[in-house]
Ligand binder design. Structure first.
Ligand code: HMH
Length: 224
């Protein structure tokens, strides 16, 4: 162990290698339009209802990461992942409140294509053959894309409409950033001890998440 190696770990190399795709996921025109204050509110509402469905699907995904974690010899990551499980309940309530506020009817919403595609990806992790390192890598990058995207909307120079600040703070706040950093440390440590084929699968999952996140923003902005 080299003490975490967040700066020098495998993930830092991926971030370099896949920088463009990472930027497309975290500086997407949709979230940048929130920061600029030019966001189309019908797109925002579409994102909100679709993300509610995503989060419901995400529950089973996090549960599967937690299960894989508990089966490890060293399950000391458990508390961090359990924190993710605990906060999802609050998140679901938040979506319901927010939907009421914006007049979106969550009961009648069905998942659009890009969302369904993401669901299928998340569901693939419930297979016991998928290793913990691959699952926790996917978990980390899924959370990080939101942290970085919405964090940018509350950084200096933003013109984010006040009524959208709550959304941005939900994923952009310091606590969520800290949680993502904890996941990041877990991922780098797991990767450092993983066989080459698992590292390769984890990188593929990393790339796939970025593609799916880009697709999700595209879907939100243009109903594809
Ligand atoms: C599509 N990605 C998507 N939705 C979310 N809520 C997150 C990531 C973060 O939890």
């Amino acid at each position: 162990m080299d003490g975490g190696g967040v700066e020098t770990g495998t993930t830092a190399a991926w971030m370099e290698k896949h920088r463009q795709m990472y930027e497309r996921a975290t500086r997407h025109p949709f979230t940048v339009s929130i920061r600029d204050g030019t966001v189309d509110m019908s797109a925002f509402k579409r994102w909100l209802s679709q993300d509610y469905l995503f989060v419901r699907e995400f529950v089973a995904f996090i549960a599967s990461v937690l299960l894989k974690c508990c089966k490890q010899e060293d399950s000391s990551d458990m508390e961090i992942i359990l924190g993710g499980v605990a906060s999802i309940s609050d998140e679901i309530s938040w979506f319901k409140n927010e939907a009421t506020r914006w007049g979106a009817d969550l009961a009648s919403v069905s998942p659009l294509k890009a969302n369904l595609e993401y669901h299928r990806f998340l569901q693939s992790f419930t297979e016991p053959e998928v290793s913990y390192v691959v699952a926790v890598t996917a978990f980390w990058i899924i959370e990080t894309v939101y942290q970085d995207s919405f964090g940018f909307c509350i950084q200096d120079g933003n013109k984010t409409p006040p009524e959208l600040l709550g959304t941005c703070q939900r994923w952009g706040n310091a606590g969520f950033r800290q949680y993502c950093q904890s996941l990041h440390s877990i991922v780098d440590r797991c990767l450092a001890n993983a066989p080459a084929d698992a590292v390769k699968s984890a990188e593929e999952a990393f790339i796939r998440v970025l593609e799916l996140e880009i697709g999700f923003w595209e879907m939100s902005s243009s109903q594809s």
